[in-house]
Write a protein of this length. Structure first.
Length: 297
């Protein structure tokens, strides 16, 4: 097939020998099967921002680091340079996440290189060598559903242990390879510690898994893995081998409102005293009273 223009730099640099066929076109990128020597790989070509249906919502950007203050200011202003920098940061986020997760043992496509907005990575194939199907394209029996659900919960735990939340996990971005599920599409991955929306995204990711696999094993819909793993994460007790039950009891203890009010009032009085003390320290010293002239004494 004709080589897409965006992949030409990879061929010129010897990273890709031949583009074989398009694999899929999603909301943020088009993916092609390419030949690299004797191996088949994927080339993910990111779409330009104005041609993408997935928007870089502010909640995904929160907590992400930028190279310098100039880049941050430009991105905040939305200038042409800022939009270019934001686009590069969006793409680099997936590359960084893939390397980070693959090194941690999370089952994601192995990344190889990233050049000119094209990510070169592992082709996840089925047992016949064809591109692996997505979860939403397969029918499962209850036992398979429970097995794959358990596997993906462990993968989500591994991700959280590395400090990341997928942020858009569903049956549409999980492939089913010969060795089980493979998680894909990570440009929107968020920093668990630096993003205030991280827990709600984790809860949505886990909920999507429970909802999908619950079609085949209905009891999975009642599990509460997200709250359980997040509670351990906040306590610093979550690790890859953490034993999870899928159950979580909410704290039903009634808040002592009067005690809270007393604490607030005490803090207010302490602050008032500190401010009064500072004002006293900053006030000019009082002038000493001069004695009356001799003729008045």
């Amino acid at each position: 097939m004709k080589t897409p223009k965006r992949i030409e730099p990879l061929i010129e640099d010897g990273l890709v020998d031949e583009v074989l066929r398009p694999l899929m076109s999603g909301k943020e990128a088009a993916v092609y099967v390419v030949r690299c020597g004797k191996e088949l790989r994927c080339a993910k070509v990111y779409k330009e921002a104005n041609k993408r249906s997935f928007r870089q919502a502010a909640e995904y950007q929160e907590g992400r680091k930028v190279r310098n203050s100039r880049q941050a200011r430009a991105m905040a202003k939305g200038s042409k340079f800022g939009r270019k920098e934001a686009e590069e940061a969006w793409q680099n986020a997936e590359v960084a996440a893939l390397f980070r997760l693959a090194n941690a043992g999370v089952r994601v496509p192995k990344p190889f290189d990233f050049l000119e907005g094209v990510l070169l990575m592992e082709l996840v194939a089925d047992e016949y060598g064809d591109a692996a199907p997505r979860l939403n394209d397969v029918e499962l029996d209850p036992e398979q559903a429970r097995e794959y659900h358990e596997f993906l919960i462990r993968q989500i735990v591994l991700m959280l242990c590395t400090g990341l939340v997928h942020g858009d996990l569903s049956e549409f971005n999980v492939l089913l390879g010969p060795d089980g599920p493979v998680i894909i599409d990570l440009p929107q991955a968020v920093d668990a510690a630096g993003n205030n929306h991280a827990f709600s995204m984790l809860e949505r990711d886990v909920g999507n898994m429970a909802s999908y696999f619950g079609r085949f094993a209905p009891e999975l819909r009642d599990t509460r893995y997200a709250r359980e793993m997040w509670a351990l994460y906040e306590e610093g007790k979550l690790h890859p081998a953490s034993v999870l039950t899928g159950q979580f009891a909410d704290d039903d203890t009634e808040a002592d409102v009067n005690s809270v009010i007393r604490e607030i009032e005490a803090a207010r009085l302490d602050e008032a005293r500190r401010q009064a003390a500072r004002k006293a320290d900053d006030a000019p010293p009082a002038k000493a009273e001069e004695p009356p002239p001799p003729w008045l004494q």
